[in-house]
Write a protein that binds this ligand. Structure first.
Ligand SMILES: C[S@@+](CC[C@H](N)C(=O)[O-])C[C@H]1O[C@@H](n2cnc3c(N)ncnc32)[C@H](O)[C@@H]1O
Length: 241
């Protein structure tokens, strides 16, 4: 018997397969440390780490984040460290960068050294805010998050998959619910999303977290994995009753 098709299920399956393609495209394959160019600078890249290319969100977000001049900036999910280093080079007094993968933590530390900001850039490992001290507060908190929802039982086998997939959007849900609690007075909590992710689920996660999302900026469409993709920079605000 033919079962009726479930369009929502088909779409999430399509997103998941696209995520697999992206992981193959954006992961490094060699066993050697290498370099890449982005934003007019050269960056170190460790084997296995996510390699941000021109046209991926890294480039666009890094130049659109409202960095706190003279203030404290936290980047969750720092990857190779481009945004965190850029923040330290562009007016932030102190930068903290965290990532769940060890390769990203080491990669960000390398790039902080390469660009001469290691004394003002602290790199920590952990799940979302896990590596921070309880009292740490920031003027801007930012995550260029992993936008493709993976099944709850998805097993991460390569570090680059953490840059694409989020099991059941659990990490994003935790970030939305707790990011504002990490702010100094007057601080701003930011998150990114793009049109490869499930916007309906994002709205639901925000509602569940008791926050609303205000769009600060959106990119023109870019070609990524054979699709037109728009990058969005969003501010996390208290939800109005
Ligand atoms: C889309 S990538 C962005 C990487 C980098 N910020 C950039 O723009 O090139 C998402 C990053 O979040 C990290 N990540 C994924 N889940 C995480 C979690 N639960 N806690 C901390 N970092 C996480 C990934 O390892 C990856 O480095």
């Amino acid at each position: 018997m033919n079962h009726p098709r479930n369009p929502a299920h088909d779409l999430s399956e399509e997103r998941y397969l696209l995520g697999k393609t992206l992981a193959d495209q954006l992961g490094t394959t060699g066993a050697e440390r290498s370099t890449f160019e982005l934003l007019g600078k050269e960056w170190d890249l460790l084997p296995g780490a996510y390699a941000p290319r021109p046209g991926t969100g890294t480039e666009w977000y890094t130049t659109h984040v409202p960095y706190p001049r003279g203030g404290r900036f936290l980047e969750v999910g720092c990857g190779a460290g481009v945004t965190a280093v850029w923040a330290a080079l562009n007016g932030c007094a102190h930068v903290t960068a965290t990532d769940i993968t060890e390769s990203a933590v080491r990669n960000t530390a390398l790039n902080a050294e390469r660009h001469g900001v290691a004394r003002r850039l602290r790199v920590l490992g952990g799940d979302v805010f896990e590596g921070l001290d309880a009292e740490d507060r920031f003027d801007v908190v930012f995550w260029n998050c992993s936008v493709i929802e993976a099944p709850e039982d998805f097993e991460f086998t390569r570090d680059v998959e953490w840059a694409i997939f989020d099991r059941g959007y659990a990490a994003l849900g935790r970030y939305l619910a707790t990011a504002r609690g990490r702010l100094a007075p007057g601080g701003r909590a930011l998150v990114t999303f793009n049109t490869l992710g499930d916007a309906g689920r994002l709205d639901q996660l925000a509602a569940d977290a008791g926050v609303s999302l205000r769009r600060l900026a959106a990119s023109p469409p870019r070609r990524l994995a054979g699709r037109d993709v728009t990058f969005k920079l969003l501010e996390i605000l208290p939800r109005h009753p």
